[in-house]
Design a protein around this ligand. Structure first.
Ligand SMILES: [Zn+2]
Length: 310
């Protein structure tokens, strides 16, 4: 299969539906045979004119498109737009806004916003394996436009977050491994400890700054503290890795995504973590990996906005 290497090549390549189908099939089925979403049979034929597949077994909904069963399902947008959008978001180091997608692909900004959220859903990793070895832990606050908010809105958003209109986010980074982030209700010891228990293998070496709530980690985790008031790096004892991730994240959220609603924040965190964890891969590989993650996930407009349709 011919693989584009640059954005320009990708857009040209995916303007041909035959190429889109080839990528969709390769990403979804390891043996390269598309399956009927109704009965699972691989006895299917391609109807070139209609650009649909048809199952040979007689049953309802014999004809299907490769979008069925993926984040693209029910979308009127063509695969050319979808695959180009994935290429853009998978490889934009600082993220890409719905306005940029709107202009680049010639779709409405509202549609672009929805497209981006569906792709972010695909990018969610949901790994259950615990981090181990040397793990940096840190927390930060995102947002904070409280000054510009109405008092009632401010009261609603600040409630329980621990910072003025900001959302508390915890980050865990395994050195030479992956980063994970999670929105936490506050930065109290109990909330942070819960995430460490969930995500870090006991016996790991945990590095943090001097915040008091990590002091009781010693029971299950070796623990090293760097006191930022005094110095930033002492040999191996530092949290530079996770802080590097925070600065990238803040460039994305503060620069590209100017108005992130707190309840959508985890989606942007997952998007940034996906790219960060694959920063050594090339554009084509990052794109293809997202494409392998589109199946079995649905995101409806009403779940994003509380409104019925796009
Ligand atoms: Zn079938």
């Amino acid at each position: 299969m011919e693989t584009p290497k640059t954005l320009q090549q990708a857009i040209i390549h995916f303007s041909d539906p035959v190429n889109c189908n080839a990528f969709m099939i390769a990403a979804r089925w390891a043996d390269g045979k598309p399956r009927c979403p109704q009965c699972g049979s691989d006895e299917v034929i391609y109807l070139e004119k209609a650009r649909l597949f048809k199952c040979r077994t007689a049953h309802s909904r014999q004809k299907f498109s490769l979008k069925v069963g993926t984040i693209f399902e029910d979308s009127p947008l063509g695969l050319d737009k979808w695959l180009s959008a994935i290429w853009l978001i998978a490889n934009a180091k600082n993220g890409i806004s719905s306005y940029e997608i709107h202009r680049a692909l010639g779709i409405t900004q509202k549609t672009a916003w929805f497209v981006l959220h569906r792709i972010r859903l695909a990018m969610q990793q949901g790994s259950i394996e615990k981090l181990s070895g040397h793990v940096e832990v840190d927390e930060t606050f995102i947002g904070g436009k409280a000054r510009n908010m109405h008092r009632s809105e401010r009261a609603r958003k600040i409630h329980g977050t621990g910072g003025m209109g900001k959302v508390a986010v915890m980050g865990l980074l395994e050195r030479h491994g992956e980063v994970r982030t999670m929105v936490v209700p506050n930065v109290k010891r109990k909330s942070l400890r819960k995430e460490i228990n969930t995500h870090v293998e006991p016996g790991s070496m945990v590095y943090s700054d001097a915040l008091r709530w990590y002091n009781d980690l010693n029971y299950d985790y070796m623990h090293s503290v760097i006191n930022h008031a005094e110095k930033y790096v002492e040999g191996n004892v530092h949290t530079n890795g996770i802080e590097n991730f925070w600065s990238l994240l803040k460039r994305t959220i503060g620069g590209t995504y100017v108005s992130v609603e707190p309840f959508h924040l985890f989606r942007y965190l997952d998007e940034q973590a996906f790219r960060f964890n694959r920063r050594k891969a090339n554009d084509a590989d990052r794109f293809f990996e997202v494409l392998t993650m589109i199946t079995g996930k649905r995101l409806e407009y009403k779940n994003l906005t509380g409104q019925p349709s796009c």
